[in-house]
Ligand binder design. Structure first.
Ligand SMILES: Nc1nc2c(ncn2[C@@H]2O[C@H](COP(=O)(O)OP(=O)(O)OP(=O)(O)O)[C@@H](O)[C@H]2O)c(=O)[nH]1
Ligand SMILES: [Mg+2]
Ligand SMILES: [Zn+2]
Length: 413
């Protein structure tokens, strides 16, 4: 395994002793070092346009975030950069003389960014963040607090492995996880882990596996379901089709379901620490505590993440819920009464479907629960409200960055 890259993705600095390759190197072989970090042609084109205008900026990908220190695997070397002044690149910003809108960005793992190496004793800073193709975000549910904030889980992901232990399957959790993924703009895949722990004789194991697969399929209609063991490796080869070059996969799930074990299995070595689970319930103890982006030997990119206890859906998740419960949506609007509450009214298409066994009552219950929860959240949420921090960012960014960019412009031609 190529140690430098590999160690870099673990947040180890390799700044010392490495010369800063000049920006002109990028022209010959644009950012080839980023290919193993999921670079796509679209991203590469965007980088090329921006660095033509400002050759000092170094393209890279966020591999890890520790508080205000963000680890970036960049085309020249690795950075530990400060991200407090980062802003999103605006569409067409580098194609025209238009003043760009300043939109502050909080870089997260998987983001494509441009780093400005610090001069003298100044820190390296993330200056620009490319627009995201997908963003996984959850509402943090904080006990005893009025309203949880939002936590960014990963950006620019192509597929999300939603991992649950085959021995402790939880349908309502899976429904939330799937809704979270649909809302992010990426595609979910269900991974049932620890199949080696299914007990009994071979045929009993097969029956248990078939049953848990069936449950997963009905909680996640239209989503592919895989059954694997991160320990024996059984079933894991089938997952490799999601991890080809240019693809980014993030693993999510409760603590202890075996995300890091699966990551190690796919990486072909022990990259991540894995933890003991409690005997009683086979649950984990939060072994992984930061999200981390790793480059797979076969080409793609994996992001391991800490176990998530509660999956709060963010405001505006209606469409994601509809997609999660696609079989229910099919019946909506087909009841006799337009305002049907599906609670026993005559001519109710949903009640009829349940009675005829075409629809599960439990699915309708979950669907309603999630929608109600969302409505409740939204009444608390003042539309368009900005936090003090966001307002501050706008002011600082407007006065500072804009000026810098304009000052530098003559150099670029
Ligand atoms: N038998 C068996 N044990 C597994 C499997 N996958 C994980 N384990 C065990 O389950 C425990 C937890 O695994 P981890 O990979 O650390 O789980 P995780 O999902 O990364 O947990 P967090 O990092 O806390 O979110 C460890 O003791 C693993 O050895 C599996 O497929 N089979
Ligand atoms: Mg882990
Ligand atoms: Zn109805």
């Amino acid at each position: 395994m190529n140690t430098p890259d590999h160690a870099a993705s673990q947040g180890v600095d390799h700044d010392a002793g490495q010369s800063d390759a000049s920006a002109s190197d990028n022209r010959g072989k644009p950012y080839s070092k980023l290919t193993r970090y999921g670079l796509t042609e679209t991203v590469s084109d965007q980088f090329a346009r921006i660095t033509t205008g400002d050759p000092e900026l170094v393209p890279g990908r966020v591999v890890r975030v520790d508080g205000i220190s963000t680890s970036v695997h960049a085309s020249t070397r690795d950075f530990r950069a400060v991200s407090t002044l980062a802003r999103f690149v605006q569409p067409g910003e580098f194609d025209s003389d238009n003043e760009p809108e300043i939109e502050p960005a909080q870089p997260t793992v998987g983001d494509w960014v441009l780093v400005r190496p610090g001069q003298d004793n100044e820190p390296d800073t993330i200056e620009l963040v490319l627009p995201r193709t997908a963003l996984l975000v959850r509402r943090r549910v904080m006990r005893g607090k009025e309203q949880g904030d939002e936590q960014l889980l990963a950006a620019n992901v192509t597929t999300v492995f939603v991992v649950q232990s085959a021995t402790h399957f939880n349908a309502s959790r899976l429904e939330r996880e799937i809704a979270l993924v649909w809302g992010s703009g990426s595609v979910p895949v269900v991974v049932l882990s620890k199949i080696d722990l299914l007990e009994g004789a071979e045929h009993a194991k097969m029956a248990a596996l078939a049953e848990v697969t069936r449950l997963a399929e009905s909680a996640a209609p239209g989503v592919e379901v895989f059954a694997v063991s991160g320990i024996t490796g059984e079933g894991t080869d089938l997952l490799r089709r999601f991890t080809a070059t240019g693809k980014t996969v993030v693993l999510i799930g409760a603590s202890g379901v075996g995300k890091s074990t699966l990551v190690n299995q796919l990486m072909g070595e022990e990259v991540m620490d894995t933890g003991e689970t409690r005997e009683a319930d086979d649950r984990g103890r939060h072994t992984t505590n930061t999200r981390q982006l790793l480059s797979l030997p076969g080409g793609g990119v994996l992001i391991d993440s800490p176990g998530i206890r509660t999956i709060g859906l963010t405001a505006g998740s209606e469409e994601a819920i509809a997609k999660t419960f696609s079989e229910i949506e099919e019946y909506l609007g087909k009841c006799r009464f337009r305002n049907c509450a599906h609670a026993g009214e005559p001519g109710c298409a949903i009640t009829e479907a349940i009675a005829e066994g075409r629809l599960l009552r439990s699915r309708l219950d979950s669907y309603r629960r999630l929608l109600r929860e969302l409505q409740f959240e939204q009444t608390k949420h003042v539309a368009g409200a900005k936090t003090d921090h966001q307002i501050m960012m706008r002011i600082i960014a407007k006065s500072g960055r804009q000026k810098n960019r304009l000052d530098r412009q003559p150099e670029s031609d």
